[in-house]
Design a protein around this ligand. Structure first.
Ligand code: TMP
Length: 232
């Protein structure tokens, strides 16, 4: 199969159906815009399964996504979309770049959650965008993206809350289907979330970013807990 897109940790292949793709999640993790990388065994399979569970829950809640079905270990069948090159970050509590770049103390609670837009462009280091800049860049649907992001946050925060984990922040991407529908796309996994367990224990990619622990142990425990609650 010919890849359509080779991402940092995923490859997208054209499906047999022209309106579908197969996404392959690799056993690879990167941080700092690809400056740091590793190849943890089993990561692709775990992230695919976590992402499948989350997308299924979003669909159940009536949120449109690109997800079609689990397609085997580390494989997800999805609707083919044009990815909108904007990363939408939802913050429930302050951590990461907002703490580094402002005077806002770590774990300040945001109520309502903050919704931010970043340009998806590694060469430019994914800069934070203002709404005025987005408007000039031609994005006229910010209101809709914000509404979807809020709805995704309610479902995903609720899911993690059920397994005793606080969703500090996360990133989502949107795509446009062949019939012009905006849907939640890409992946939703501990690679693009900050997840805090009891005792302020990090359960996400910060473990790798900061060299503070094994992501496979953390991600596997999240998957196991999610599987237990969605099978009830
Ligand atoms: P930040 O604190 O580095 O701005 O990131 C906020 C959240 O969004 C964090 O959970 C990581 C995620 N994120 C990505 O996964 N990819 C990105 O390119 C960006 C900007 C954020």
């Amino acid at each position: 199969m010919e890849p359509i897109v080779e991402g940092k940790v995923k490859t997208v292949y054209q499906g047999v159906d022209p309106e579908q793709v197969l996404i392959h999640y690799h056993d690879k993790v990167t941080a700092g815009n690809g400056e740091k990388e590793d190849y943890p065994e089993g990561k692709g399979k775990i992230n695919n399964e976590i992402s499948c569970i989350i997308f299924k829950e979003l669909e159940k809640a009536g949120i449109k996504t690109h997800f079609i079905q689990y397609a085997g270990p580390a494989l997800m069948r999805c609707k083919k979309v044009d990815i909108i090159p904007i990363e939408v970050v939802v913050r429930n509590y302050a951590d990461g770049s907002i703490v580094r770049q402002t005077t806002i103390p770590k774990y300040t609670k945001f109520n309502p959650p903050l919704i931010e837009f970043y340009l998806k462009d590694d060469d430019k280091n994914d800069p934070l965008l203002t709404e005025d800049r987005l408007h000039i860049m031609g994005y006229r649907q910010l209101h809709q993206y914000k509404q979807y992001a809020r709805e995704v946050n309610v479902v995903v925060s609720g899911l993690f809350e059920k397994i005793g984990i606080a969703l500090i922040d996360f990133k989502i991407e949107f795509g446009v289907t062949a019939d012009g529908l905006v849907v939640v796309a890409d992946e939703i996994s501990p690679d693009g979330c900050r997840l805090l367990a009891e005792g302020d224990k990090s359960m996400d990619k910060d473990l790798f970013r900061k060299g503070e622990g094994d992501i496979i142990t953390a991600y596997s425990s999240i998957l196991k807990s999610l599987q237990e609650i969605v099978n009830i």
